[in-house]
Design a protein around this ligand. Structure first.
Ligand code: UDP
Length: 336
């Protein structure tokens, strides 16, 4: 059985679907602080999935989980991931993302589970010294979120040397899109990410979408990012675990499309896919945004046999379908 922590969240739920479709038995552990119980209900008909509500910061919750299930490997997502929030509330990030993961690793060792795929981030690199960013790029995170994940990467390296715990660290770039069948999707509150924010501004009161800065040193002045589709990303986690099972050695991989898209490019693509004008204005820069981030993902392509397959248009289309569903869900909740 595969343990997926944070499986009620955005990337975790898509990864759960990928493992279930490949025939794995899955147990999801989630405290439902940012994940959703509706997501768990949606996953149940897809395959053999169990759910345990619990918190990484609570060793008893973890102990009960590992006692109850025969866990062979862990795919670990459960984390807080808002960069801005991490700056004014670092304790929340170090306690959950770092200390919580330490609890998880120690419980794994206690139960002789020695394989983990870890959801890391390109935020561990900090301000890029060069692009595309490969895995050898220096890691100097510029916010507590990135630092909380980098600490885990280092703990994992030490736990391999000392205790033989093998880990694959996956450093993602920007994640986009939703399940083709619209069963699960991006459901953050508040939503801070680019594509859902553009799409949200096409609903209801029609809030104007804000471009955070158009005076960056990039061709059109807006920030460049690498938007990888969430289903492609989910598949990479399964490939990473299968690689770990085969090679039994720790490693790290960037996951991105290797293509940089500016905020303006993405906005234009959304208007094109939806075939409508979206209200937009230029707003000041958001603190802590580097001008340009995109991946060199050759290593994942070569060693994991991973290839991102979906286009940005497909990501926008599926994100929009999901957003329509979410709007209905939210409206229904507010009617209750
Ligand atoms: N962005 C924007 N308006 C928004 C949300 C995001 O202009 O409402 C920009 C943001 O400044 C960044 C890019 O879109 O340059 C991607 O931001 P996102 O929060 O999606 O991901 P991040 O790169 O911060 O992980």
């Amino acid at each position: 059985m595969i343990l997926i922590t944070g499986g009620a969240g955005y990337i975790g739920s898509h990864t759960a679907i990928n493992f279930l479709n490949a025939g794995y038995d899955v147990v999801i552990f989630d405290n439902l602080e940012t994940g959703h119980i509706e997501t768990i209900e949606t996953l149940k008909p897809i395959g053999h999935v169990s759910f345990e509500k619990g918190d990484l910061r609570n060793l008893d919750d973890l102990e009960k989980l590992f006692f109850k299930y025969d866990i062979e490997a862990v795919v670990h997502f459960a984390a807080f991931s808002l960069v801005g929030e991490s700056v004014f509330n670092p304790a929340k990030y170090y306690r959950n993302n770092t200390y919580g993961t330490l609890n998880l690793l120690d419980t794994m060792l206690k139960h002789d589970v020695k394989k983990i795929v870890f959801s890391s981030t390109c935020a561990t690199y900090g301000e890029p010294e060069y692009t595309p960013i490969d895995e050898k790029h220096p890691q100097n995170p510029i916010n507590p979120y990135g630092a909380s994940k980098l600490m885990v990467e280092r703990i994992m390296a030490d736990y391999d040397i000392a205790y033989g715990l093998k880990s694959i660290k996956l450093r993602y770039f920007n994640v986009a899109g939703c399940d083709e069948k619209c069963r699960v999707g991006e459901w953050h509150n508040p939503e801070t990410h680019l594509i859902p924010n553009i799409l949200k501004s096409t609903f209801g009161k029609g809030q104007t979408f804000k471009i955070f800065g158009n005076d960056y040193n990039t061709p059109d002045g807006t920030c460049i990012r690498d938007y990888v589709n969430v289903e492609d990303l989910a598949r990479a986690h399964r490939l990473a675990l299968e690689y770990l099972n085969k090679e039994n050695k720790s490693d790290v991989f960037n996951l991105g499309t290797e293509q940089g898209d500016s905020v303006k490019n993405i906005f234009d693509a959304c208007e094109k896919v939806l075939d409508k004008k979206i209200p937009v204005e230029i707003a000041p820069r958001r603190a802590g945004d580097p001008a340009k981030l995109y991946a060199d993902a050759q290593k994942a392509k070569t060693l994991l046999g991973w290839q991102p397959a979906k286009t940005i248009e497909q990501s926008i289309k599926t994100a929009y379908d999901w957003e329509c569903r979410l709007q209905k869900l939210i409206n229904k909740e507010s009617d209750l």
